[in-house]
Design a protein around this ligand. Sequence first.
Ligand SMILES: Nc1ccn([C@@H]2O[C@@H]3COP(=O)(O)O[C@H]3[C@H]2O)c(=O)n1
Ligand SMILES: [Zn+2]
Ligand SMILES: [Zn+2]
Length: 241
Amino acid sequence: MYITMLGTGSAFAKRYNNNNALIESGNYRLLVDCGITLPKALHDHGVTFAEIDAVLISHIHADHVGGLEELAFQMMFKYGRKPRLFIEESLAQPLWEHTLRGGLVQGELNALDHFFEVRPLTHGQTYELAPGLHVKLIKTEHIPGKDSYSFLFNETFFYTADMVFNGELLTNLVQAGVTTVYHDCQLESPGVVHACLDELLTLPREIQDHIYLMHYGDALEDYRGKTGAMRIVEQGEKHKL
Ligand SMILES: Nc1ccn([C@@H]2O[C@@H]3COP(=O)(O)O[C@H]3[C@H]2O)c(=O)n1
Ligand SMILES: [Zn+2]
Ligand SMILES: [Zn+2]
């Protein structure tokens, strides 16, 4: 599988797009999150919504779901079909009621599955999204009372939803065979709702070796060379996993 971060920025970043990814496995294309900036970022990448097989959602913040209204409208009115939506079952109703309903509802089109081919997922279970592409959702802490799900792909690649620092989870995942971790990182301390760089730097080197930082702010250039053994994911670069 290959991953390209269409954006690597924090919610407030202006130099970087929202932290959303394009995963490719054979001919299958999966969007991981679909934030406010995603429609333009995908366009700039030379891919249309019609060429996306499915979108997978981590949690309900605009930098992760704010582009879903355009996705739904483009698919309905431009391409005449529903996009496939993988989402943890606990998030489906809140996504509709609290985020999408206001913009999408019209007459009898008044439910999430009128616009999306919804595939509810249960966290902790492994699903085959396409041949050779499996995912397990892991519930991780972000904001109290707000469900958020990180992704374990093919048992070897861990992609964090926005999450607070959890060194024990990272250590356990690496010990269980995870080779690559893409981790959201707030450059400035304290972290509060994200892992911050200072917290991630407390990890032993053998864990840091596996970590690539994403979801960073506009001050990134000031932090180059200060991320220990952790590398930085560059927006737009395609990596084989
Ligand atoms: N309790 C909160 C809630 C939100 N925030 C900021 O708002 C952003 C929403 O998108 P995010 O990527 O989760 O990052 C959040 C914080 O920057 C925050 O700093 N504290
Ligand atoms: Zn975010
Ligand atoms: Zn968030």
